[in-house]
Structures are given as C-alpha cells and as structure tokens.
Write a protein that binds this ligand. Sequence first.
Ligand code: PXP
Length: 247
Amino acid sequence: MSGTLRLGVNIDHVATVRNARGSAYPDPVRAAILAEESGADGITAHLREDRRHITDDDIARLVATLKRPLNFEMAATAEMQAIALRHRPHAACIVPEKREERTTEGGLDVAADIARLTEFIAPLRAAGCRVSMFIGHDPRQIEASARIGAAVVELHTGHYCDLHAEGRFAERDAELAALAEGARLARSLGLEVHAGHGLTYDTVGPVAAFPEVRELNIGHFLIGEAIFVGLKKAIAEMRRQMDAAQA
Ligand code: PXP
C-alpha cells in the first residue's frame, strides 16, 4: 500500500492472453489477488461491450474475491449501468468505447452529452459508486464533469505517452503541462484527480509528481513487464516438474 498516491492495477490484458486460446488461464482474478498482495491499492477492470478481454464472470468473481476496491470501467450504456448497479463496485469509471464518444484528446466527450450523462450517472451515485469520467485535459471536459456531478476525473495520459515513445519531446512536455493544468483545474472544482493510460517506467514519474493526482491506473505495461520478471521462474518450475517425472 502506498501513501497518498494510489496505484490501481488494470488486469484486462491477463484476460486478453487467456482469451487468445479460449482457455481458463491465465486467470485475471488470480492476477488481481497477486496485485493486491504486491501493493496495489485497487484493481481496475474494463468490461467492454464486445467482451474482448474481461467477461461478466470475471467481474462477478472479482467482486466476490477482492479485498481492495474495484474500479469498474464501463461505457455509458444501459447494459453496463445495469451490471454496475448489480455489483455496486467501489468506483465506476465511464470511458468511451466508440469513436463518436471521443474528444480530440481521446477521452469521453462529456461536454457534448451533459444532460444524458447527468441522468446516466445519477443511479450509480445513488448506489454509492464513486463515478469517474475518463477525459482529456480540455477545460471544457473538466468543467462538464464537475457539472454532471462526477466525483472524479481520470485524465487520459495516452497522448503524452505516445509523444514520449515517438521522441517528440517538446510536444510531450507541452502535453504534460496541459495535463498538469487540467489536474489543477479539476482539483479547484472539487474533483478528485486520477490519471492513466499508456504509463510505463519511463513516463510515470512526471505524472506521479502532480500534487493533485490521487490515483494512477496502470495495466498494459505492467502485464507486459511481468513476462520479463516472471518468465524465468515459470520455465524453471516446468523444467523441475519434467525432471521429477523422469526421475
Ligand atoms: N485508465 C483507463 C480509464 C483505461 O481505460 C485504461 C485502459 O483500460 C487504463 C487506465 C490503463 O491503461 P494501460 O493499460 O495502457 O496502462
């Protein structure tokens, strides 16, 4: 467990690997338990409309098993709202899944959909879920998120990370400055500030240093990195079992 900056570990891509073979493993719930044991402050999972990674059964098992809060990422659809209301996760993070829901920064276009989203999140708030909007740093989106009654905004760090990976450092720094400004504005409006998407060891530091940020949600890089820190042990155990069987 950390101090004031929480780490939410997104386990979606454990399910991606599982689903590639239609097998029962690797199990994202087992990964979530390991993440909790390893210092994650919460677990994030995105039940996509097409169920390409996390499934309904995964969500049910996570809710039944987790000791730490579940951040349930969901599109703003009636189907996902009903699932969230059934499970009542600690947090519901509303994310875009369709191109037309996106702003230029890649987050949800809250400003274009104020009336519908106010109505959409009301039952989630009434059920006790902390509602979070996954948005870009555009001040209009931040102000709109405050207006609809969200408790949290999660600022989309994907563009910042892409610019870093492409070596476009001046643009990266401008994007980082805009994210920092967005975090300040959100906090001044009473919103809790989270951030995430695409973060790696190379890009996490400057975002983690924003004084307003209370939580980072990180998945793809961590699941990928686990291959390199874990493959050696997995192979050694298979070798051991093969040798034991021959003995
Ligand atoms: N935050 C949100 C709202 C997301 O949708 C995702 C990706 O599912 C993440 C954080 C984590 O992004 P990544 O897997 O690139 O670390």
